[in-house]
Design a protein around this ligand. Sequence first.
Ligand SMILES: [Ca+2]
Length: 498
Amino acid sequence: MTTRTAICALLVAALLGCASLAHAQAARPRNIVFILTDDHRYDALGIAGHPLARTPNMDALARGGAHMRNAFVTTALCSPSRASILTGTYAHTHGVVDNFTPIPPTLPNVGQLLKSAGYQTALIGKWHIGNEDDKPQPGFDHWVSFRGQGEYLPRGTSTMLNVDGRRVPQKGYITDELTDYAVNWLSQTSRERPFFLYLSHKGVHADFAPAERHKGSLKDAPVPSPTTMSLEAADAGRFPTWVRNQRNSWHGVEYPYHSTLDVAEYYRRYMETLRAVDDSVGRVVEWLRRENLLDSTMVVYMGDNGFAFGEHGLIDKRTAFDWSMRVPMLVSAPGLVRPGTVIDRVVANIDITPTVLDLAGVEAPAHVQGRSMLPLFRDASAPWREHLLYEYYWEWSFPQTPTQFALRGERFKYVFTHGVWDVDMFFDLQADPQESRNLIDDPAHKATIDAMRTQLFATLKETGGLKIPLYPPIGGQQRLRNPAGSTAQPFPPAIQKR
Ligand SMILES: [Ca+2]
């Protein structure tokens, strides 16, 4: 063997060694850190180019792994989305279609499944499934939560945390305090078994309250003004009557929360509040780095739904517009996800449970309706779903948003509205990413619209969704209109007699 051949042989052996090491790392169970934030819209990230975003830690997480640019939730509302994350099922399967209904005990959550497989597990932060109940749920060795939405800052005895069943006063700003609890628990975990941390922030849910250190930090920053905000834009875009009417409602720019709220200022406060969540991501990642655990841990960051700041004349979430159903999703998993990966396949909250189970080598139960994303991490062109099913069920409390079912593909979206005398919606997101033109009556798209409607109902049928979950009304209704705002809007031209 010549010297050159020997060097080549050594290089090949070294490369093979690296490959088998990577394989061994990928094959064995890893630690899992799942960080969930509340109402974080998909584009509110530095890497997404948002002018108000100050998210260096989230950006670094994405750069070190994957940015899932077409990540969605299957229902854009806190409790239903969380129940879908925890069980890997659609809202029509778990039945949590409002913020009051608990997950049925027949559907084990991902904590239970990983704990049974030997993981050390903790849930720290917002649970908010089943209304005000914050008692420890099965599947978590350690539990830190609070009732309902929780509070950003302590307010005497009304802001108590539930720590493993004990009432403990909240001491400080909630995002920082939850991170303290998370890092403290991580520090106590054994290296003998993998861990699963579910860190679920209250931030950035309304009413936004930034940490003291971030207050006013964006006060002079210009706020993007949505091109779809005006009534003229809604008319020109051929939007349904319910969309044009909602602008003058609790969830509209003309009467937001039945107040005179300045939506641009509200947006700044939201982005300032997000900065502490970014700090939290940085602290958790730094702890993993210091403990030399980054390489053996998958970190997933995502939002539970989006939020509008004037798009289509609306605020809030619930609808099938992208600002509502699309969320940030960032994945770091050294050895499994190459740094700088960008994936545009349509992934969702229901894919989280099957993905982490796959990583842990645990078979997903038959009821799981999402898919493991691990094949996509290896090869972004791997076989995958073409469209994602979205659903939202009308709520008594907020009657301005009707029941909606939608199919979202990488290019097209079809939205079927149930229970109102109105038109549906169809968007070409490649040509019109801001969803400014409803193409439902465009003959050029008729064949695609018909095919997507057929597929929507086929998907609903296959997944047991041809039913409307219904519960008795709870609480009051936010149904007022502002007499000084827009009047009732006419029927869309498409359903006026010609
Ligand atoms: Ca939410």
